[in-house]
Design a protein around this ligand. Structure first.
Ligand SMILES: CCC/C=C/C(=O)SCCNC(=O)CCNC(=O)[C@H](O)C(C)(C)COP(=O)([O-])OP(=O)([O-])OC[C@H]1O[C@@H](n2cnc3c(N)ncnc32)[C@H](O)[C@@H]1OP(=O)([O-])[O-]
Ligand SMILES: Cc1cc2nc3c(=O)[nH]c(=O)nc-3n(C[C@H](O)[C@H](O)[C@H](O)COP(=O)(O)OP(=O)(O)OC[C@H]3O[C@@H](n4cnc5c(N)ncnc54)[C@H](O)[C@@H]3O)c2cc1C
Length: 663
């Protein structure tokens, strides 16, 4: 093993708790840690899954080809796990898209959507016969699918999608068409050149009537030659800010026929004669989107942990400037401004992990209820998934960028792995529901609840709204005070937004116009509501830990308090405006924040070590366990293709004649 950097050795000695205990706690038990490590070993130690050249130096085409090579090995290995009875859907998602996936394919996997959306949609929207027919083919990878919903003209407003699927009872087929340029499917991952099947979301027409959007299974390419089927126009959409190996594609249809039974019919049906049979709720069709939103909150925690591990280790190794005259240059982690860039994101990754795990449980309960026709908890789940996805991805992207900046110039190098982590994080703010739009969905639910609080006590995520408006507690240095103040802020923002909508309606405006005019406030109200939930769950989780050591409990409490104080300080204006908080309290919060940064400082490296992220997953010259930052940066520079020859041919072609001409 390489020599460990002296600063990191010292940091690790300072740590006041057992890092293995925290690792096990985060994984959900020692067995789970061992299981995860064995899975990581299975994938990351496979030499076939390593690249000879860093992907940044490949052309767009080579990047794609290398991504497909690796994806096929990944899929084969996933199947091996499947055959050995190891791991369910959750593991596959992690392997293909989560931390492990992004370690193997930094710029995205072109066939992830097969597991993340294609199979889940068939499972969630297909009836028994359809599941029997398609799931087997999909699990064994006889076919590779994607999820084609968004079009060139519409992503958010899915009721406005233009692709048509018109039923022809004579042949018992649907005829798919893309009537306009804007109706072309645009964005689906792997659609360009990888998938041969897709779930296509289209407007269903039968017996001369449009019944809205529905999911269909559609074959795109010949299973043998991979040539596009007749009537299918398909390709890749081109280069993006990041995720350049995900092969996002476009798709158009010209009188393309599919059997009636390719309409996924668990919820809505079309009978052979063309009769349309409606499901109890039109929103059941949106199930896959909720699933992915739930999963994305887990990804937020993962990406944040990765970025904060890189930046915190680097900050312990890096020395810069002089704090006191004639003293050695301090580690940059000793600058309090640097701690303020790092530690809140350490705390935030815990907040998101705990909320993600609550959301996952709520999701499983509600989907179980949906199976038995119970729909009453769906709106609360939808509202919670929307705001957690929006706040989580926004904080994650902002966090990764702050952490990149915290690494100075070296953070700008792709070898830090912070730029491509940002590429992955910021994409999450848009896909699976653009963040503003999702916050407005949460706001819609909150306003409804606010207007009718009859059953509010039965709704665990919003029942605090019943009386939060009147909390008015005087300042105390406690998480419980901050939570109560944030709840009051959320309630006050909802109340005010509701009032402004009503005022505008009373002035004669249409409700929709009043809503739009109030939408900045509505988004802020949904954001505040989400932040109370995040803090509430973090608080409950830490307080509920019974069997952990006092040393670990103390560290988790420090992180919880830091998360609470940091959130409160970010919302200073709101606290002053909507609660009893006064200027002196804000001063006390600021001092508390500084106290917490100092308390966390000796444990910072221990905490990020506990995340137990392998060097291959970090993929960063700045964040490796051994801290040999400069050696690694130098080694990475040697991989540049320009460094493989002492003189580049452009010298002879351009520079030399140019220099001669200037003589
Ligand atoms: C790795 C990943 C790669 C990426 C993949 C992708 O991006 S794939 C592409 C991902 N694309 C996207 O994510 C597209 C984002 N766009 C959308 O999700 C929707 O079109 C919308 C929610 C913005 C509006 O839809 P709309 O105009 O039909 O709705 P409305 O505002 O008129 O509200 C009507 C009612 O429905 C309710 N309700 C809504 N959604 C759900 C739900 N999921 N569940 C349950 N309920 C839901 C809503 O609360 C309201 O209830 P109320 O108050 O009447 O009782
Ligand atoms: C990397 C990546 C991968 C993707 N993968 C897939 C995929 O696999 N399959 C797939 O089907 N799609 C995919 N998408 C598409 C994605 O789901 C859409 O981009 C997303 O839903 C947003 O829709 P849009 O692009 O039409 O943005 P728009 O809806 O046009 O948003 C543009 C702006 O308008 C605002 N806006 C829109 N509507 C409202 C409103 N009602 N109220 C207030 N403001 C509004 C938004 O807030 C935003 O600021 C992917 C996108 C990306 C970036």
């Amino acid at each position: 093993m390489a020599k460990i950097n002296e600063d990191l050795l010292k940091e690790r000695k300072k740590c006041s708790f057992n890092t293995a205990e925290l690792t096990h706690l985060l994984d959900g038990g020692k067995d789970k840690t061992l299981e995860r490590r064995s899975r990581e070993h299975f994938f990351l130690d496979d030499p076939e899954l390593r690249s000879k050249i860093p992907s940044e130096y490949l052309s767009h085409k080579e990047k794609y080809e290398e991504a497909i090579r690796k994806s096929c090995i990944l899929f084969r290995k996933v199947q091996e796990l499947q055959e050995a009875g190891k791991g369910g859907m959750d593991n596959y998602r992690e392997i293909l898209g989560g931390q492990l996936g992004s370690a193997i394919l930094k710029d995205g996997n072109p066939i992830t959507l097969h597991y993340v959306m294609f199979i889940p949609t068939i499972m969630g929207q297909g009836n028994f016969e359809q599941q029997a027919e398609w799931i087997q083919k999909a699990w064994t990878c006889s076919i590779i699918g994607t999820y084609a919903q968004t079009e060139l003209g519409h992503g958010t407003f899915i009721r406005g999608l233009e692709t048509t699927a018109t039923y022809d009872p004579k042949t018992e087929e649907f005829v798919l068409n893309s009537p306009t340029l804007t109706s072309y499917k645009w964005w689906p991952g792997g659609l360009g050149h990888s998938a041969n099947f897709a779930i296509v979301v289209a407007q269903l027409y039968t017996q001369g009537k449009c019944h809205g959007i529905h999911p269909f299974i559609v074959q795109l390419r010949d299973e043998e030659t991979h040539m596009p089927m007749k009537g299918i126009k398909i390709g890749e959409i081109g280069c993006k800010l990041g995720m350049n190996s995900t092969n996002n594609g476009y798709l158009g249809f010209e009188n393309y026929r599919i059997p009636r039974t390719n309409l996924l019919m668990k919820n809505n049906k079309v009978l052979p004669d063309g009769t349309y049979v409606k499901s109890p709720s039109s929103k059941l069709t949106y199930g896959t989107m909720i699933f992915v939103r739930v999963v994305l909150v887990q990804d937020c925690a993962s990406y944040m942990k990765k970025a904060v591990t890189i930046a915190t280790r680097y900050s312990a190794v890096r020395h810069q400037s002089e704090m006191k005259p004639n003293c050695p240059e301090p580690q940059i982690i000793d600058y309090v401004t640097q701690q303020y860039k790092l530690f809140p994101y350490i705390a935030m990754s815990f907040a998101f992990q705990y909320s993600a795990s609550w959301l996952w449980d709520i999701y499983n309960n509600v989907t179980g209820e949906l199976e038995s026709g119970q729909l009453e908890n769906l709106p609360e789940l939808h509202a919670l998934a929307c705001c957690l996805k929006a706040v989580g991805t926004a904080d994650c992207a902002a966090g990764v960028e702050t952490l990149r900046l915290a690494c100075g110039g070296h953070g700008y190098m792709t070898a830090s792995n912070l730029p491509s982590t940002y590429g992955l994080a910021t994409a999450m703010c848009t896909y699976e529901g653009e963040n503003t739009v999702l916050l407005l969905q949460t706001a819609r639910y909150l306003i409804k609840i606010w207007q009718n609080k009859k059953n509010i006590q039965k709704l665990p995520t919003v029942r605090y709204l019943d009386n939060a408006l009147f909390n008015n507690r005087s300042y105390e240095k406690s998480v419980s005070w901050i939570l109560s103040a944030l709840q009051q802020v959320a309630a006050a923002k909802i109340d005010l937004a509701n009032k402004h909508i009503n005022d505008r309606v009373r002035q004669g405006k249409a409700y929709e116009d009043a809503w739009n005019e109030t939408s900045i406030e509505l988004v802020a109200a949904a954001d505040a509501h989400c932040r109370t939930f995040l803090l509430d769950i973090f608080n409950l989780t830490v307080n509920n830990f019974q069997l952990i050591s006092p040393e670990l409990k103390a560290v988790l409490t420090d992180l919880l308090e830091l998360y609470a104080v940091h959130t409160a300080i970010r919302m200073t204006g709101d606290l002053l405006r909507f609660t009893n908080t006064i200027g002196k309290d804000v001063e006390a919060l600021q001092l508390w924040l500084e106290e917490l940064l100092a308390k966390i400082r000796p444990n910072a490296i221990g905490i990020v070590d506990s995340f137990d992220i392998r060097d291959e997953v970090l993929g960063s010259a700045l964040g490796a366990y051994d801290g040999n930052v400069y050696e690694r940066l130098f080694a990475e520079a040697q991989k540049s293709p320009l460094n493989q020859e002492p003189v580049n041919k452009s010298f002879g072609l351009y520079l030399k004649p140019f220099l001669k001409n200037n003589l």
